[in-house]
Structures are given as structure tokens and as C-alpha cells.
Ligand binder design. Structure first.
Ligand SMILES: Nc1ncnc2c1ncn2[C@@H]1O[C@H](COP(=O)(O)OP(=O)(O)OP(=O)(O)O)[C@@H](O)[C@H]1O
Length: 607
């Protein structure tokens, strides 16, 4: 832990240094300065006492007394001003760093490949880091800065005590020596209980969310889950509280023992100082100075050790952030990747492509095996198959979310790995089954389909007509965000129509649709597919769907099963073959017809 503590603290300080060097140096300087000035107060006060004694004994020179009084005044005034400057600088520095950190984090995350983002290890790391938020990086620095101040205090007090009597330094060290060990043992125990309870806290948070989030709250009422959930929350919280109370009891008992140990050395130090004062080796002021410095030394050691404990804790979480920052994307453009502008749909060839998902703990089974097929420019390809057949995985390879384990994907004859990733993504328009909802205006929600140019309102409206979204849009500036006063929410199907509109607006040479109409009624679905055929002339379209009725017009249908293409051809061919496709198609046809009839008869019930 020690090594990693220093490494992480170093990284955190480097981050601070890179944010604003001047402020960084100012804060370090002010911490050291303030940490050492308290002893000027003690020395000045000791001088005042000594001067008063001298005057009482008959001296009539007031100048040293006045000088000491001025010194005492300044020793309060200057650190007070410095403390205010320090507090202000820290606020500003923290804000600057917070922004820098957020931007840095976004930059790093946005450079990661999708494969890394969806990996288990990344998600676990992210959860761990989020436990304390990215502020753990900043908290860590705060502790380091505070330590600088404590360090200055310890160094100064040692010099003062040493100048009075060397034994005082030894006594002070002996008094403070066990603090570190006690603190480390018992404070760590409290942290350990907290740390080990992270999973319990997560479960508690999850159970509480069932009372707060609308969809979950509905289930709580309808399934009468109140007592079941409450019991789980109570039992976990209660057991956690008991463990913390136990650890705290041990901690405070040990601190009690520590105080007795401290008092023994304090009395020894007082006895030593009193003897020195009686012998006239130190003046009354010196006695005061020694006493104040001695007690201050102990307090400073205490807070220093405390800050080490916190620093270790902050470092534990901050290290997760640094681990995140150091992640490198696995799918990247080669240095000499070829640049392309795909204005036309390209020829896409899958050649003996096999794939298994990467896994840190060993090889996973093949999800796709020996796939070979071609998508000619402008072709409409449909991919069908049961759940888990590998349809979405195939699309991920086409988008280069992952590279094939074996075989290759060629774009106009060039291996996809050798094409600049950004150029390839520019050529794609993708709508996945789990599409994101953008909380923005309807205009933006469709227009972000192509952000490289200013939003074209006419084309946005055209895209809305193609997807059937125009049927519920009254105002393109309507905010889709019910948390805002004038915002509204849409149904799932309406959100999906907007997502389809976004894809139409993108008008990419290669458009990929992974179950684009799962929440859309049959009538609108027909309309969307008619629009696809009419308006995607010359564009290649890859469609994944479980609704066989929508693939009838595809130029080629690929039937996937257990990661293999088991049938391939046009609808009529496949029906005639009476294989798997025909079986699945016929199974759905009857129910689909019934659905269609229902919606045609009751058009008002769409959605
Ligand atoms: N990120 C992943 N890591 C590991 N395995 C995965 C991952 N994503 C999918 N799989 C596995 O790959 C196989 C194919 O999944 P895929 O999502 O491609 O199927 P699908 O045909 O699209 O299914 P569905 O019709 O349900 O969407 C499944 O066995 C699934 O468990």
C-alpha cells in the first residue's frame, strides 16, 4: 500500500501541477508558512513574559517589550491573512482542477473502444472509482497539502524544543511514537469495515431506489414489496452499524490508553522544564514556550497521522481513476491507416470470419464461425435468427467494435483493419436495439444524426416524415425532458420513431438497423420500411429483425444459427427451400397478420 500510496499521491500532485503551476506552488508555500508561524507566536509571547518579569525586577527599558508585542501582533496578523489567501486559492484551485479532471476523464473515456467499455473489468473498475467520485483525486491532494503544513509544524517544533533541551525532543517523540501504530490499526479497522461493506451499501442503495424510481415504485405497490425491501435495508444497515460501533469502541479505548501514555511523558517533560526553570537555565517565558511547543508538537503529529489514514483511503479510490485514465483502447486506427471518404456505398465482403469475445480469464467459445458473404453497393441485406444466434455480434464486427478472431472483412477490397476508423464510422448509420434517448429538443434529437454540419431543418422534417415521427410532433423546439417545466416525455415507440428519423437524417452510405421497430406498431413499421426502400436508393442497408414480414423485400436474407450462416437467399427462394427460414416465417405469419388487422381496424390505438 505504501508504494502505491506514494505513486498515487505523486500522480495526483502531477495532475495538480499540470492544472496550474503558480497556484500549486502558492498553496504549498502557504501551507508550509502557516504551519511554521504558530511558533513565532509562542516565541513572541515567551519574550513578552520574560520582559515583564525583567521590568518587575526593576529594569526600565520598555523597547524589547514593545518589540515583542509588535512581533506577537504580526505573528497573528500575517498567518491570518495567509490563511485567507490559502482558503481562497484552494477553492479556486479545486474548481480549476475539478473542471480539468472532468474534461480529462471525458477525453480518456471517449477514446476508449466499445469493446473495452462493455467489458466486465472496465465496468467493475468504473464502479470502484465512482464509489468516491473523481473528487477522491482532489481529496488526496488536500491531504497531501495538509501534511505539508503538519510537516512544517513538526520540523519547527523540533528545532525549538531541541534548542531548549534535547531531552524534550526525545520525550515528545516517545509520547507520539505509538500514535501512528494505534491510528493505523484502529482507524484502518473502521475503514476496513466500511470498505468491506461496499457491496452491502450497494444493495441498500438499490433497495432504497425501489421506493424512489417510478417504474420500481409501481412494482413495490402492486407486488406489495414494502416489507420485503424494508427488512433487507434494516438488516444490512443494522449489521453495518454494529460492526462500525465495535470498531469505533476499540478505537476510542485505544486512544484512552494512548492519552495515559502521552500524559506520562508530558509530566516528565514538565518536571524537566520546571527543574531547568528553577535552576535558572531557562527563563519563565522559555518554560511557557517549551510547554506550548511540546503540546503543539503532539497535536500536530496526531493530525499528521490522521491525515495519513485519510490519504491512504483517498489513494485507494483515486488509484482506480488513474487506472481508468491509463486504459488504452484496443481497437485503434493503425498509424498508416488508409483515409477514405465514402460518398457511395462500398462493396463489403466477409471472408471466413470467426469471432469469440475477448476474455481476461481465458478463451470464450466462438460466437461466429466461418462467415462468408458479400454486401454489394446498394443492397438491402436482412439477418434473421433466434436469440443469441450472433446477429448483433456480426454487426459489431462490421462496425469494427471488435476485430474478427479469424478471417477478414474487406471494404472495397481493403481490410477493415487498415482503414482509418473515423472514416469508416463516418460511412455508417447505426440504430441498435438499445438506442439512447437524447434529452434535448426534437430538432436536435434528430439533427445530431450528423453533427459535422449545422442542423438542416428541412431535412430534419423530411426524416421525421419517413419515420412517422411527424405524426406526434407539433413543435420541433419541444424539449423532450419531463424533468423540466415545459418538457414532455414520449412513449417508447415515439422515442424509437425519433431514433429512426435520426438514422434517416444521417443518410449514411451503409445503414445498419438492429431491430429498429421493436416498439413500433405494425402500421408505422410498414411505413418505415416503405420509406427505407424509397429513400435509401444506392445506400446499403443491413437489417436485423425478428419480424420476418419485414425482410421479404431484402435482396439477400442471411439465416444465422449458433453463429453460422445456415441459409442464404431471397425470401421466395428460402420459402421454397422449406428449411429453417420457411419454418420460422410460417410460424410468425399467422400472428403477424392478426396484429396487422387489429391495428388497421383500430388505427387510433397505435403505440
Ligand atoms: N459483450 C459480450 N461478451 C461476451 N459474450 C457476449 C457479449 N455479447 C454477446 N455475447 C454472447 O454472444 C452470443 C451472441 O449474442 P448476440 O447478441 O450477437 O446475439 P443476437 O443474435 O443478436 O441475439 P438477440 O436476438 O437476442 O439480440 C450470445 O451467446 C451472447 O451471450
Amino acid at each position: 500500500m505504501k508504494k502505491s500510496l506514494f505513486t498515487v499521491a505523486g500522480k495526483s500532485l502531477t495532475f495538480a501541477w499540470n492544472t496550474n503551476r503558480k497556484l500549486f506552488l502558492l498553496i504549498i508555500f502557504l501551507n508550509l508558512f502557516i504551519g511554521s508561524t504558530v511558533y513565532v507566536q509562542y516565541t513572541s509571547f515567551a519574550s513578552i513574559v520574560d520582559e515583564i518579569v525583567k521590568i518587575k525586577e526593576g529594569a526600565n527599558n520598555m523597547t524589547p517589550l514593545i518589540k515583542s508585542a509588535i512581533m506577537l501582533g504580526l505573528s497573528f496578523l500575517i498567518p491570518t491573512i495567509a490563511s485567507n489567501i490559502l482558503a481562497y486559492s484552494r477553492v479556486v484551485f479545486r474548481m480549476q482542477q475539478s473542471l480539468h479532471l472532468e474534461m480529462y476523464k471525458i477525453e480518456k473515456q471517449s477514446n476508449l473502444d466499445i469493446g473495452t467499455i462493455e467489458s466486465n473489468s472496465y465496468q467493475t473498475l468504473l464502479r470502484g472509482a465512482k464509489e468516491w467520485g473523481s473528487s477522491s483525486v482532489l481529496n488526496l491532494q488536500d491531504f497531501v497539502f495538509t501534511s505539508a503544513s503538519s510537516f512544517a509544524g513538526i520540523a519547527t517544533s523540533m528545532v525549538i524544543l531541541g534548542s531548549l533541551n534535547k531531552w524534550l525532543v526525545l520525550f515528545a517523540f516517545m509520547a507520539a511514537a505509538p500514535v501512528y501504530f494505534f491510528y493505523k490499526k484502529y482507524s484502518k479497522e473502521v475503514f476496513r469495515v466500511r470498505y468491506l461493506s461496499i457491496d452491502d451499501q450497494r444493495i441498500i442503495g438499490n433497495r432504497i431506489s425501489h421506493f424512489e424510481e417510478l417504474q420500481k415504485a409501481v412494482d413495490v405497490i402492486l407486488l406489495q414489496l414494502k416489507y420485503w425491501l424494508k427488512e433487507q435495508i434494516f438488516e444490512r444497515k443494522n449489521s453495518y452499524n454494529k460492526k462500525i460501533a465495535e470498531a469505533e469502541k476499540k478505537k476510542w479505548l485505544s486512544y484512552g490508553l494512548l492519552s495515559v501514555w502521552y500524559l506520562v511523558f508530558l509530566f516528565a517533560a514538565i518536571a524537566l522544564m520546571t527543574r531547568e526553570a528553577l535552576a535558572g537555565t531557562i527563563a519563565v517565558g522559555g518554560l511557557l514556550l517549551a510547554f506550548n511547543t511540546y503540546t503543539r508538537f503532539y497535536q500536530t503529529i496526531n493530525s499528521y497521522v490522521e491525515s495519513i489514514s485519510f490519504t491512504e483511503e483517498a489513494a485507494r479510490y483515486a488509484s482506480k481513476w488513474f487506472e481508468l485514465f491509463e486504459l488504452k483502447p484496443k481497437i485503434i486506427s493503425n498509424k498508416d491507416a488508409l483515409r477514405f471518404t465514402f460518398n457511395q456505398a462500398p462493396l463489403i465482403e466477409f471472408k471466413n470470419v470467426s469471432f469469440r469475445y475477448p476474455n481476461e480469464d481465458g478463451a470464450r467459445p466462438y460466437v461466429l464461425q466461418n462467415l462468408s458473404f458479400t454486401i454489394k453497393p446498394g443492397e438491402k441485406i436482412a439477418i434473421v435468427g433466434v436469440n443469441g444466434a450472433g446477429k448483433t455480434t456480426l454487426i459489431k464486427l462490421l462496425c469494427r467494435v471488435y476485430d474478427p478472431t479469424d478471417g477478414s472483412i474487406l471494404i472495397n477490397g481493403t481490410n477493415l483493419r487498415d482503414i482509418n476508423l473515423h472514416d469508416w464510422h463516418e460511412a455508417l448509420g447505426i440504430l441498435f436495439q438499445d438506442f439512447p434517448v437524447y434529452n434535448s429538443t426534437i430538432l436536435e434529437s434528430i439533427g445530431i444524426g450528423r453533427v459535422s454540419v449545422d442542423i438542416n431543418q428541412i431535412k430534419v422534417k423530411e426524416a421525421a416524415v419517413f419515420s412517422g415521427a411527424d405524426e406526434f410532433i407539433n413543435n420541433y423546439n419541444q424539449l423532450i425532458w419531463k424533468d423540466f417545466k415545459d418538457g414532455v416525455d414520449l412513449s417508447k415507440g415515439q422515442h424509437q420513431r425519433l431514433a429512426v428519423a435520426r438514422m434517416f437524417y444521417r443518410n449514411a452510405p451503409v445503414t445498419i438497423l438492429d431491430e429498429p421497430t421493436a416498439s413500433i406498431d405494425a402500421v408505422t413499421e410498414e411505413k418505415i420500411f416503405a420509406s427505407l426502400e424509397q429513400n435509401m436508393e444506392g445506400r446499403s442497408v443491413v437489417l436485423i429483425t425478428h419480424r420476418f414480414s419485414t425482410v421479404k423485400n431484402a435482396d439477400t436474407i442471411l439465416v444465422l444459427e449458433h453463429g453460422k450462416i445456415i441459409e442464404q437467399g431471397m425470401h421466395q427462394e428460402l420459402i421454397k427451400r422449406e428449411g429453417r427460414y420457411a419454418e420460422l416465417y410460417n410460424m410468425q405469419a399467422k400472428r403477424y397478420l392478426e396484429d396487422m388487422q387489429k391495428h388497421v381496424l383500430q388505427p387510433g390505438l397505435s403505440e
